[in-house]
Each structure stands twice: as structure tokens, then as C-alpha cells.
Design a protein around this ligand. Structure first.
Ligand code: ACO
Length: 311
């Protein structure tokens, strides 16, 4: 009977029907979605930290308003995504517990520091640019709640990417020192942005199955290539240089070829040994502990209301 259910499930996926929370699904499908959606939610929440670092120091009121709105959007994305994960039968407390204990991953990219204002431009341009490339196909993911959450998230990510690029443009057209800052930020964020797409296809544990289940629509390497192809001309327009001596356009394939990614650096970050891993988890742990009274008050308030309703 399990085999029949599996067969029927795959037929529905192949027919592009959305799978909804109450539908039958293979245990592996549920597990990989909880893993991916919660990793994604954690990334949004931890991703508020490197940029939050600059809110009080944004150089103008307009920049501060835009940055505040962007960081707030990321908090919102994290919350939609936790809700989408909860439809699969896990609780928010469990998910946060997995983040704080180091059991659940979050994107490698958020373990790098933001020492200069230009990093805010580079994050918007490159990190949100890479996020959009990876996330637009997720709007067509086979799991309904995740796909629907991604539609709004992608719209907001597009605004984030544009504010970052516009910020880079202002710096690149500014004083020589501002242009140097922009180049330095590009130098530091380029390779980590390429790593965001995950290990190369032959090393990617989940890709084949997740593509068959139509959670993923394109492989890690395909999306990485698309990102490079879209971003190199943008760097040229800024008058900045991508820090890769092997980067060249192949007129025959119509794609940019690029140098080897340092997977040792990526793996070290995944093990918790990146420049900011400890600091990020510590900040999340502090936020969770400091927020305990709010959670307790919300539970007490809900209980009181329930009692009042019973009277
Ligand atoms: N950072 C941290 N971990 C990563 C990264 C990364 N950039 N890329 C891959 N991994 C992890 C995977 O989670 C997996 O670990 P696990 O088995 O312990 O869970 C392992 O490396 C192997 O990778 P894959 O088999 O390729 O994993 P998967 O098929 O899930 O693909 C990907 C990884 C592309 C990140 C996918 O999960 C995805 O599309 N996630 C949704 C998007 C997302 O999370 N974006 C977060 C950053 S963008 C932002 O928040 C603004």
C-alpha cells in the first residue's frame, strides 16, 4: 500500500499539483522540507544581524529608512517560513532549539563580518541577488505553503537587491576612497556569494531526490552559473573588478567561465568555524533568552482570554 501511495504522490508531483499539509506525503519529503524551510527561516533571521550592525550608522536618513525596512522584511520572511515549516508538524520551539544547539544549519553567507558601509551595498547586490536566483524557482516548489510564501518573499528580495545595487553605484561613482571601499566589499563578498548556492552538483546530497520531488527546479551549479552570467555585466557597469583572474566569457557557450571555489572555506563555515559563527549564534541565544518574558506573557494572556470566554 505504501508503494501505491508513493506512486500516486509522484504522479501528483509530476502533474504539477501542489501538495498541501493534510495530503499524504512520503516521510523523506516531509523531512527534507522541514530541513530546507527551517534552514531558510534561520538564514533570514540570522541574516538580520550583519546588516543590523549598520542601522545606527547609515550615512543618511534615506539610507537608514531603506535599511530598517529591509532588515524588518527579513524578520517577516523568517516568520512566514517558520509558519510554512510548522504546517509539516514541527513546532517553532523545536526549530529554534535546533538552530541554537547547532543541529540546524543556516546560510554560510551570514557568517562573514560587515566592517564597512559598502558591505551593505554588496550584501544587497550580491547576497540578495544570489538569494533571488535561488528563490524564484522555489515559487514553483511542489509544497503549497512554501511556494506561496516564496512569492511575496521574492518580490521583497527584488527591492533589497535594487537598493544594494543603487548603493554600490553611488559609491562607485563617488570619491576614489568610496570607490575603493566598494571594490574591497566586492572582493570580500564575491566568493562567499558563489558558495551560497551550495556544494557542486556531484557533492550535493539532496539534489537528485529534491529535483524529482520538484522542491528544487534547478541544480546548485546551474543556479550559480546563472548568477555569474547575470552579475558580471553589472560589475562592469559599476566599473568594479570581479576578484577572479580566471573569469572569462566563452562566446561559444554564451556563459562566463570562473575559477575554482575554495570548498575548504565553505566546509569550515558549515562546521561552525567561520569568522562570525559564534557571534551570530550567541546573538540569537541572547535574543531568545531576553524574549522569554514576552513569550510567557503571551501564553498567560491567551490563557486568561480563554478562561474569560468560557465564563
Ligand atoms: N550554507 C549552509 N549550508 C548549506 C549551504 C549554504 N550556502 N548550501 C548547502 N548547504 C548544506 C545543506 O543544507 C545540506 O546540509 P544538511 O544535509 O545537513 O541539511 C548540505 O549542505 C548539502 O547540500 P545540498 O545537498 O546541495 O542541499 P540542498 O539540496 O538543500 O540545497 C540549498 C542547498 C540550495 C541552499 C537549498 O536548501 C535551498 O534552496 N534552500 C532554500 C534557500 C535558502 O535557504 N536560502 C538561504 C540564504 S538566502 C537568504 O536567506 C536571504
Amino acid at each position: 500500500q505504501e508503494a501505491a501511495l508513493q506512486g500516486r504522490f509522484q504522479e501528483r508531483v509530476d502533474a504539477e499539483e501542489k501538495i498541501e499539509p493534510r495530503d499524504w506525503m512520503p516521510e523523506g519529503y516531509r523531512r527534507t522540507l522541514v530541513r530546507q524551510i527551517s534552514q531558510h527561516a534561520h538564514s533570514e533571521i540570522v541574516g538580520m544581524l550583519p546588516e543590523g550592525n549598520w542601522i545606527t550608522r547609515a550615512p543618511t536618513l534615506r539610507r537608514k529608512v531603506a535599511l530598517l525596512a529591509k532588515v524588518q522584511d527579513e524578520g517577516g520572511h523568517g516568520l512566514y517560513l517558520y509558519s510554512a515549516a510548522e504546517t509539516l508538524g514541527v513546532s517553532r520551539d523545536e526549530l529554534v532549539g535546533q538552530l541554537l544547539s547547532g543541529k540546524a544549519k543556516y546560510s554560510s553567507i551570514f557568517n562573514y563580518p560587515t566592517p564597512t558601509w559598502a558591505d551593505i551595498g554588496a550584501i544587497g547586490w550580491l547576497v540578495d541577488g544570489a538569494a533571488i536566483m535561488n528563490q524564484v524557482p522555489l515559487c514553483r516548489c511542489s509544497y503549497g505553503p512554501y511556494a506561496r510564501a516564496m512569492v511575496r518573499i521574492c518580490r521583497e528580495e527584488s527591492f533589497h537587491q535594487r537598493q544594494g545595487y543603487e548603493l554600490m553605484l553611488a559609491l562607485a561613482q563617488g570619491t576614489p576612497e568610496q570607490k575603493r571601499m566598494a571594490q574591497d566589499a566586492l572582493n570580500r563578498w564575491w566568493w562567499p556569494s558563489l558558495m551560497m548556492f551550495g556544494p557542486s552538483d556531484d557533492q550535493s546530497a539532496h539534489s537528485a531526490q529534491n529535483m524529482a520531488w520538484k522542491i528544487k527546479r534547478f541544480s546548485n551549479d546551474e543556479l550559480r552559473q546563472r548568477f555569474v552570467d547575470a552579475t558580471v555585466p553589472q560589475a562592469e557597469f559599476l566599473g568594479l573588478t570581479i576578484p577572479d583572474p580566471e573569469l572569462r566569457f566563452n562566446a561559444e557557450t554564451g556563459h562566463y567561465e570562473f575559477g575554482a571555489i575554495d570548498w575548504t572555506e565553505f566546509n569550515e563555515i558549515l562546521k561552525g568555524n567561520g569568522p562570525c559563527n559564534r557571534e551570530r549564534i550567541e546573538a540569537r541565544r541572547k535574543a531568545w533568552d531576553d524574549g522569554a518574558w514576552v513569550r510567557e506573557a503571551a501564553v498567560a494572556h491567551a490563557a486568561k482570554r480563554k478562561q474569560r470566554a468560557l465564563k
